[in-house]
Design a binder for this molecule. Structure first.
Ligand SMILES: NC(=O)c1ccc[n+]([C@@H]2O[C@H](COP(=O)([O-])OP(=O)(O)OC[C@H]3O[C@@H](n4cnc5c(N)ncnc54)[C@H](OP(=O)(O)O)[C@@H]3O)[C@@H](O)[C@H]2O)c1
Length: 157
C-alpha cells in the first residue's frame, strides 16, 4: 500500500530523537525517514537538492539546527548555513514537489521582553546571532514554499 513519505532531519538531536521514539507513529499511514548529516549535511546547502532527487517526500520536518547559542557568535558562517541558507534551499526543493514543510522556531527570535506567551505571528527581534539566523531561516521557509506551515496550533485543535 502506498504511504506518503515524511522526512525528519536531526534524528539524533533532542527533538528528532524524541519524535523517532513515538510509538504512535506506527499507527499512521505514513512512512517516516529520520536522517542526520550523513544523509543531508545542512552545512552544505548546495548538496541538498541531491537528496530531493533521490527522495520525494510529501512532508518534511526540519529538526536539524545549529543550536550552540554562544558559539554561534563566533561560528557565524556555519550557523547561517545550517539555520538559514539550508532551510531556504529545503523550502525551495519542497516547493518543486508540492511538499509540506515544518521547520522549528525558537524563543530566541523574540526580544525576550514579552510578559505573555509569544504567538507565531508576533514581531520578531532577535537578540543574538543564533536567533537572527533562525529568524532568517523561518522567513526563507515561508518565502520559498507556499506549503510551509507557520503555525501548527490550528492543526492540533
Ligand atoms: N532544545 C530546546 O530547548 C529548543 C528550544 C527552542 C527551539 N528549539 C529548536 O528545536 C529544533 C531542534 O532542536 P534540538 O533541541 O533537538 O537541538 P539539538 O539536540 O542540538 O539537535 C540538533 C540536530 O541538528 C543536527 N545537525 C547539526 N548540524 C547539522 C548538519 N550540518 N547537518 C545535518 N544535521 C545537523 C544535529 O546532528 P548531530 O547530533 O549529528 O550534530 C542534531 O541532530 C531546532 O530548530 C532548535 O532551534 C530547541
Amino acid at each position: 500500500m502506498y504511504k506518503p513519505l515524511v522526512v525528519i532531519t536531526g534524528k539524533n538531536g533532542q527533538l528528532g530523537w524524541e519524535l523517532s521514539q513515538l510509538k504512535v507513529l506506527n499507527n499512521f499511514q505514513f512512512d517516516f525517514l529520520f536522517i542526520d548529516k550523513d544523509e543531508m549535511d545542512l552545512s552544505s546547502p548546495e548538496s541538498i537538492p541531491y537528496f530531493f532527487k533521490q527522495h520525494k517526500p510529501q512532508y518534511f520536518i526540519n529538526c536539524g539546527a545549529y543550536t550552540l547559542v554562544d558559539k554561534a557568535e563566533t561560528e557565524k558562517e556555519l550557523t547561517r548555513a545550517i539555520n538559514a541558507t539550508s532551510v531556504g534551499v529545503i523550502a525551495a526543493e519542497c516547493a518543486k514537489i508540492d511538499c509540506t514543510l515544518i521547520t522549528i522556531s525558537t524563543d530566541y527570535v523574540f526580544d525576550g521582553n514579552g510578559t505573555s506567551p509569544y504567538l507565531p505571528n508576533q514581531a520578531t527581534d532577535p537578540l543574538n546571532y543564533y536567533g537572527l539566523t533562525k529568524c532568517e531561516g523561518e522567513e526563507l521557509a515561508v518565502k520559498n514554499n507556499p506549503k510551509t506551515i507557520q503555525d501548527i496550533m490550528p492543526l492540533l485543535l
